[in-house]
Ligand binder design. Structure first.
Ligand code: ADP
Length: 153
């Protein structure tokens, strides 16, 4: 049976740090499904549909990576997709504090484990929020994102 990992996140935008986690995930699992959590009430900077298209195009030659938009409870979506685990990245103790309670809840409520991959040091400083801020003020963020982000996408 295919072992699928579900990699959920906001990905606003998807960064080289996320790309690194997804690729390393494919070395552990047969398939990694990147799930862009999409909540119409939560305002994004980069539209979710556009981000999905960009990530999909980026991985078009990697059949182990899929991308979806999803709404609702992450662990339930993961189970419906046939995923055996959730995949998340960890950068620091702040991430750990945040991830710890979510991972415990997901296991308790939905019986799904979370596999964490520790960030590669060259990406440990990368966060979507900093990239958004730089992009907003016209700074070229090309070195932090695996594809070209057009003005205002
Ligand atoms: P969320 O809003 O769900 O935290 P994000 O899109 O910010 O979603 O991040 C998705 C996952 O990727 C999280 O587990 C986060 O800790 C991880 N992540 C973010 N940036 C990096 C990075 N530079 N290196 C490794 N993991 C990262």
């Amino acid at each position: 049976m295919k072992r699928i990992a579900f990699f959920p996140g906001t990905f606003d935008p998807f960064t080289k740090g996320h790309e690194d986690i997804a690729i390393r995930g494919t070395q552990l699992f047969d398939e990694v499904i990147i799930g862009i959590g999409h909540n119409s009430k939560k305002k994004r900077f980069f539209p979710a549909e556009k981000m999905k298209d960009l990530i999909e195009l980026h991985f078009e030659n990697n059949p182990q990576v899929k991308v979806i938009l999803y709404q609702g409870l992450t662990a339930k979506v993961a189970k419906d997709l046939g995923a055996c685990v959730l995949l998340r990245g960890l950068r620091n103790t702040t991430d750990f504090e945040y991830e710890n309670s979510i991972a415990q809840a997901n296991r308790y409520v939905n019986g799904i484990d979370t596999v964490f991959i520790y960030t590669s040091p060259e990406y440990s400083h990368l966060s979507s929020s900093i990239i958004r801020e730089l992009h907003k003020f016209g700074h070229d963020v090309g070195e932090f994102v695996p594809f070209h982000l057009k003005e205002g996408i």
